[in-house]
Design a binder for this molecule. Structure first.
Ligand SMILES: *Cc1c(COP(=O)(O)O)cnc(C)c1O
Length: 552
């Protein structure tokens, strides 16, 4: 048992027996054991579908699969993680476990996230506010100076990137504070770390006895409604803190939502979304600086900007009229406004509200998740951007082929497939084609302003021709023969299937004809020509529907 955590924890918490539900639930029972132990109702809820299944049962307090997934995500061991209902709940847990009402103190920078002082007040802990420096920077010397000689200082919060100002704190400064306050637990809140360039201190938290790192799936994984976050620290410390949690802290539905979000096949799309938010954050800075009502714009490591405006009351009235919600943060700065980065349309609406002309770029993007027992696939496709192209089907030659399609068609494609390659490539190849076709169809939307096209392409001795009609009526014809059975791991017989699956998913007529001698050339030429034909077909030319029927 960590001496420090034992010494700092409230005596009531140290004396508390941990709930032993976890041990029972994880013990030697298999999932199909007969459960007559917990006074549950044997009948599942009267609704249908996967979400309702199992809701008559109490959830595991700390499901091993979730602690495993989150510890892998944050680069620590499962024993270093206690999963909580959001990072908020972890803050509450720590304050309740370590702070005796009326006796113990917590240090909280100012301005920062308001939940620290909220939970400290609820617990009756004394709050020592430590002002940030002029530009909201973290000054370790000043922080330590204020806290010098503070009796019973149990917790010291540091938020990096800081909410609402976005400032990032150099990890070396956090460690210096931890070294200088050996009788205090430093709580480093990394809720926004994914949006920053700062390194995490999760691994350090696991190996020393007075540092806890908070993480959450709310921000980076878009899971705020599920309420899943965690505290990371040495096992003794977080084990003690977890005694302050209720017996079944995590709703089953949230556990499932978190597991689904953390599926490896979805990781590239989450990374892509984060990259977009970061790029938009930087794109918005100079635009907002043009606004007559904006005094200053501060970017940082979060998924938000911190503005200072001249007349917050007038802005509030205007935004209310437009139905746009932002956070006013007068405690941080007199005209302080925290503006979250949203979708293209939301950002454009916000810019317009600030009197800045945004671009009226069309958005033609689709994100698709397709999961069966054979394959788990996630696709993000953006017809208005050429980059990035990140394709991982599990079959390198096929990655190369789909990359050719996206590159020659001129769109961004992020695709990840976790498939049953131990059987063979068939399911992965076919399902990826269906998913790409479906994503293309969705991104095209009502197909306003697009055409019907074809392309012929020579490649050494080979000639390939692809005709596409985005008609809404799937049809596929493939004329061509292959001599060899495989190119790498890729079976050549799959190529006609791929174009049929693309045609089905996309709702298009696709005619492919190929002749030549070399199977590699022939295959590649088909995919390239398909990409080139698509490039023409998906290009927007005005606003007319390319059909006399008025719909496609
Ligand atoms: C949003 C936020 C949290 C809370 O996140 P949840 O996991 O949703 O509770 C924690 N810390 C900071 C700084 C935040 O902005």
């Amino acid at each position: 048992m960590s001496i420090l955590a034992q010494r700092l924890a409230r005596p009531e918490i140290v004396a508390l027996e941990p709930f032993d539900i976890a041990a029972q639930a994880n013990g030697s029972f298999t999932p199909d054991a007969i459960k007559l132990d917990a006074n549950e109702n044997p009948f599942p809820p009267l609704s249908e579908g996967p979400l309702a299944a199992g809701l008559n049962r109490y959830p595991e307090p700390q499901p091993e699969r979730l602690t495993r997934a989150m510890s892998a995500l944050y680069g620590v061991e499962p024993a270093n993680v206690v999963v909580t209902r959001g990072a908020d709940d972890a803050i509450d847990m720590l304050v309740r476990a370590f702070c005796r009402p009326g006796q113990d103190a917590v240090a909280i920078p100012k301005p920062t996230f308001s939940a620290y002082s909220h939970f400290a007040r609820v617990q009756g802990a004394r709050i020592v506010h430590v002002p940030l420096s002029e530009n909201f920077g973290f000054d370790a010397d000043a922080y330590l100076e204020v806290l010098k000689g503070e009796p019973n200082l149990k917790l010291a919060f540091i938020c990096s990137p800081n909410n609402p100002t976005g400032n990032e704190v150099d990890p070396a400064l956090v460690l210096r504070v931890a070294d200088a306050l050996p009788n205090t637990i430093i709580v480093l809140d990394e809720a926004y770390l994914e949006f920053s360039e700062t390194a995490s201190l999760a691994a350090n938290a696991s190996s020393r006895d007075n540092l806890v790192v908070l993480r959450t799936l709310s921000k980076a994984f878009g899971l705020a409604g599920a309420r899943i976050g965690c505290a990371i620290g040495n096992p003794d410390l977080i084990g003690l803190a977890a005694r302050a949690l209720p017996p079944y802290p995590l709703p089953s539905l949230s556990i499932e939502a978190a597991m689904a979000a953390l599926a490896p096949s979805r990781r590239p799309i989450h990374e892509q979304r984060i990259a977009r938010i970061k790029a938009d954050r930087e794109r918005l800075v100079p635009l907002l600086e043009q606004s007559a009502i904006v005094k200053s714009v501060r970017s940082g490591g979060g998924n938000f900007l911190f503005l200072e405006v001249h007349d917050p009351a007038a802005l509030a009235a205007k935004l209310r009229g437009l139905g746009i919600r932002v956070r006013f943060r007068p405690y941080a700065a007199p005209g302080g406004v925290r503006l979250t980065i949203g979708t293209e349309q939301e950002n454009a609406a916000a810019l317009a509200a600030f009197g800045v002309p945004g671009s009226d770029e069309k958005v033609r993007r689709a994100e698709i998740v397709r999961e069966t027992r054979e394959t788990k696939i996630a696709v993000a496709l953006d017809l208005e951007r050429a980059e990035p192209r990140i394709i991982a089907t599990g079959i390198p030659f096929y990655d190369h082929m789909l990359d050719q399609v996206a590159a020659h068609a001129g769109f961004s494609l992020v695709l990840s497939c976790d498939g049953d390659l131990d059987i063979d490539g068939h399911h992965s190849i076919e399902d990826c084609a269906i998913a790409v076709g479906t994503a293309l169809g969705r991104a095209l939307g009502d197909k306003r302003g697009i055409g019907r096209f074809g392309f012929a392409l020579p490649m050494d001795e080979t000639e390939a021709q692809v005709l596409i009609d985005l008609s809404g009526r799937p049809f596929s014809r493939f004329e061509g023969e292959f001599e060899t059975s495989h190119i790498g791991e890729y079976p050549t017989e799959m190529t006609p299937h791929v174009f049929r699956s693309l045609a089905d998913g996309l709702g298009a007529a696709v005619h492919v004809r190929v002749q030549g001698e070399n199977d590699h050339h022939k295959t590649e030429a088909c995919f390239k020509a398909f990409g080139r034909a698509l490039r023409q077909a998906v290009r927007r030319e005005g606003d007319a529907l390319p059909s006399t029927k008025g719909m496609l």
